[in-house]
Design a protein around this ligand. Structure first.
Ligand code: FAD
Ligand code: SF4
Ligand code: SF4
Ligand code: SF4
Length: 436
């Protein structure tokens, strides 16, 4: 038995993204995706069925990207737009401007696509579910962003997908790297509607938020979550937990941000593709371009096919869109000022910790300078924590690791916030004195 031939090695090195590509490519049906002790979705291999063909390993997007030969943080962009759905229900219910779902609906209504692979929250179930649908009611319940791993690519081997002639897929960058690895894109050429992505968190984060809800309402029973509910204070939205008795517990966005470091998926620290470079159309929030409380979506038209579909949807009055400067979008997403230095810094940390990068190593460049002062030690600790948490052997160990990290972050904030404020005031005073 050679486990090195399977994706077990990916899981053992805390590199799994829970994307489900390995399950889709395994012809021996030896893989199932299960929730780990620390709340991630990971492949479990049935060694009685496995023939050690290495296909799962060779197609895993966490370590292989067949479709690109260099890191490209921005990708090809024909044009950029700020847009919103003209369907008032999809607009209000959408995460940003409801544009993704309006385009999916347009494609299904007009027969340009015959099925859509999208993700929905099922009432009462904390794990999000990828579905293949043609149904408007389904589309409505897929809206909103799910900040936890979604096993989207498991669907690529289903009958509904393989029998579809012209599918559209909505997914994160790592989903599309998995799709391009397994060549589904070449064989079937699905239309790829890609979300920007800066990371996802363990499903244990939802348990943690539920504990908070139970403190507020001891009778609370989880029925659903909106990570960024626009209904109270508008865009960008804060967390709402929905109870079985129709109760709603609101949690400030600040708390979700505090929990990021506790539950961040380790592999996200190594992700370069925030802007979804393999998509036909990429979508995100309009940071730096609009603070409309009703929300709006940024759309990047990357391919000729994507551009054409976007224009058709605009001409069919499904969307309102205004062209914006591509550089303003890149600036708003802080790609050059934050993402690029962070990526190389994190690669360096990974190397220093002697953690394997497999094929990804070829993207690491020693010639690129990273700033050792740029939170290096702190992020090194955060990365080590995320790996430690990911690899927890039991739920109680995972809870303990999370609790300790949360407490450490609180203590850090307690001491560092006043110091940070004093520094800021001194900096302002110095500027005023210099100006005079
Ligand atoms: C994990 C995550 C991180 C993100 N990070 C950023 C960011 O850093 N910067 C930024 O500008 N925008 C980010 N976005 C994108 C943003 O939140 C909106 O999804 C985007 O602006 C589209 O909004 P909309 O109203 O047009 O889409 P909607 O009409 O609300 O449709 C949303 C679509 O996204 C799909 N979806 C939701 N969650 C997932 C998921 N986890 N995996 C696969 N499909 C999913 C749904 O199935 C649905 O089809 C992120 C989204 C996600 C899910
Ligand atoms: S293919 Fe996806 S789910 Fe499978 S091991 Fe790789 S990252 Fe994890
Ligand atoms: S049969 Fe091949 S693809 Fe399936 S688990 Fe084994 S090595 Fe991976
Ligand atoms: S940050 Fe990258 S690796 Fe992490 S979920 Fe998003 S696309 Fe996938």
């Amino acid at each position: 038995m050679n486990e090195d031939y399977t994706v077990k090695i990916i899981v053992d090195n805390a590199l799994c993204l829970g994307c489900g590509t390995c399950l889709a490519v395994c012809n021996a049906n030896a893989i199932t995706l299960v929730e780990s002790q620390s709340g991630y979705l990971v492949p479990e291999i049935n060694y009685e069925k496995c023939v050690f063909c290495k296909k799962c390993f060779n197609n895993c997007p966490s370590i292989k990207i067949h479709s690109i030969d260099k890191i490209d943080f921005i990708g090809k962009i024909k044009k950029a737009y700020i847009a919103r759905s003209t369907d008032s229900i999809l607009y209000q219910n959408g995460q940003s401007g409801g544009v993704v779902t309006s385009i999916v609906k347009y494609l299904l209504d007009t027969g340009k696509c015959d099925t859509a692979l999208v993700t929905k929250n099922i009432a009462g179930d904390k794990i999000a579910c990828p579905i293949i649908t043609k149904n408007y009611a389904d589309l409505f319940s897929t809206q909103g962003s799910i900040y936890c791993p979604v096993p989207l690519n498991t669907q690529l081997k289903t009958k509904a997908y393989t029998q579809s002639e012209n599918p559209v897929i909505v997914g994160l960058p790592c989903h599309f790297h998995g799709i391009s690895n397994q060549k589904a894109r070449n064989e079937r050429s699905p239309l790829l509607l890609g979300l920007f992505c800066a990371g996802v968190y363990s499903y244990k984060m939802i348990d943690y938020l539920c504990d908070y809800a139970i403190k507020k309402d001891p009778g609370f029973v989880f029925n659903g979550i909106s990570f960024r509910d626009k209904s109270r204070y508008g865009w960008p939205g804060d967390v709402s937990l929905f109870g079985k008795d129709n109760s709603v517990i609101r949690i400030p966005a600040q708390r979700r941000h505090e929990l990021k470091k506790v539950f961040m998926q380790p592999r996200c620290y190594l992700c370069f593709d925030q802007l979804n470079v393999l998509a036909d159309l990429s979508f995100g929030d309009p940071y730096g371009l609009s603070d409309d409380k009703n929300g709006a979506s940024i759309v990047l038209a990357r391919t000729e096919r994507g551009y054409k579909i976007l224009q058709e949807a605009i001409n069919a009055d499904r969307l309102e869109a205004k062209e914006v400067n591509v550089n303003d979008v890149i600036h708003g997403q802080t790609i050059r000022s934050r993402k690029i230095p962070e990526f190389y810094r994190n690669m360096k940390i990974w190397q220093e910790l002697h953690l394997p990068l497999f094929d990804y190593k070829r993207f690491y460049s020693t010639s690129i300078l990273y700033d050792k002062k740029n939170n290096y030690t702190k992020i090194r600790r955060d990365i080590l924590h995320s790996i430690h948490f990911f690899l927890a052997k039991s739920t109680s160990e995972a809870s303990l690791i999370a609790k300790l990290k949360f407490q450490k972050e609180k203590i850090r904030q307690f001491f560092f916030l006043p110091i940070f404020l004093i520094k800021k005031i001194l900096f302002k005073v110095r500027n005023i004195l210099n100006y005079k």
